[in-house]
Design a protein around this ligand. Structure first.
Ligand code: ATP
Length: 322
């Protein structure tokens, strides 16, 4: 049986609006998601046993049953018991390149990779939409990670509409290594502080989410208007995360100050998801690399890590056989 090495890319949010609370207790969201080529490597080796074994090279990532990659494997085993019995489990190794608890869907993309990998190893022939259906059982961001690219995500983040790809943009990502924002904390705090702004009746809740389909950000993406995309970056969670994490606000401000001087090539800056990663979008690789250096000089802190990445139109992909 063949082994697979998969690339599991990170995502950033170009738009994140919290609309209200759904009957199932989740928030109703309207998000525009984008994959970038900062990716983890996931190696799956069939082991012929009746179990999955997980390892990860990152000390902050639990290599146990709480890991989303492991949960994805268990889900596949329970959904396809005959294939599991016939082919057996797999040894799964995660090589972490995506920072952890960073608002970049690191865990979600690992879970998505295991679904894709076992679909290949067990020769199930599941389509992307069937895999997305399964992915929804693992977490709200996991379905998007299967196909990636540029997409609108509504509902609790799991209802996807593909948008035209934005392949010619670059991003500088910045994260203080010692900072981690728990996603549940960010949403809970938002609810505590802003629930009076929530749309409360269910019909309006759903129609508000759908309205984003014809909204300015989707329109700017349809017209490949990168300048407009930069202007329209929006993330409701900044309202709770930035006041609680002054370093994140300082980093965002440093990016925005550079945008003032280089408005032709730096299109905008914002926090991704629930943070603490902040990103700035540029039109060229050179500009992204220059911006990374500038920020390193402006904020000379060894705890601050910076990456340059490119927007990509794919989700989980095969890196090569191993
Ligand atoms: P999201 O953007 O989807 O909210 P995130 O990027 O903020 O996610 P993750 O990197 O997914 O955050 O990590 C959140 C927590 O999930 C970690 O603190 C870790 O304990 C746990 N976790 C479980 N599985 C994984 C995994 N495969 N990779 C990273 N973290 C994982």
């Amino acid at each position: 049986m063949q082994s697979y090495t998969l690339l599991a890319p990170a995502k950033i949010n170009l738009y994140l609006e919290i609309i209200g609370l759904r009957a199932d207790g989740y928030h109703e969201l309207a998000m525009v998601m984008q994959t970038v080529d900062l990716a983890d490597k996931i190696v799956l080796r069939p082991n012929g046993n009746d179990a999955f074994r997980l390892s990860c090279d990152h000390p902050q990532v639990p290599a146990d049953q709480t890991n989303l990659a492991y949960k994805a494997a268990q889900l596949m085993a329970s959904e396809f018991p005959k294939s599991f019995a016939n082919y057996g489990g797999a040894d799964i190794h995660i090589q972490k390149n995506i920072p952890v608890a960073a608002g970049l869907a690191g865990g979600s993309t690992n879970g998505a990779a295991v679904l894709v990998g076992l679909n290949l190893i067990w020769q199930l022939g599941l389509t992307h939409s069937e895999l997305e259906e399964l992915a929804g059982q693992l977490g709200s961001d996991v379905p998007f990670c299967i196909s990636g690219g540029t997409a609108l995500a509504t509902g609790r983040g799991n209802e996807l509409d593909t948008l035209p790809p934005l392949n010619n943009l670059y991003v500088v990502l910045g994260k203080y290594e010692s900072l981690a924002v728990p996603t549940p904390w960010a949403y809970k705090t938002y609810k505590e502080q802003f629930s009076e702004t929530y749309v409360s009746d269910i019909a309006t809740l759903e129609s508000r989410g759908k309205r984003v389909h014809s909204g300015p950000m989707v329109n700017a993406i349809a017209h490949q208007d990168s300048r407009k995309i930069g202007e329209l970056l929006h993330n409701d969670l900044e309202k709770v995360v930035l006041p609680a994490y002054p370093q994140v606000e300082q980093l965002r401000q440093a990016f925005l100050n550079e945008k003032e001087s280089y408005s032709e090539t730096i299109l905008g800056a914002m926090m991704s998801g629930s943070g603490p990663t902040v990103f700035a979008i540029t039109t060229t690789l050179t500009q992204a690399e220059n911006l990374k250096q500038k920020i390193q000089t402006t904020l000379p802190d060894p705890d601050l890590k910076l990456w340059v990445a490119k927007f990509i139109s794919s989700g989980i992909s095969i890196a090569g056989d191993s």
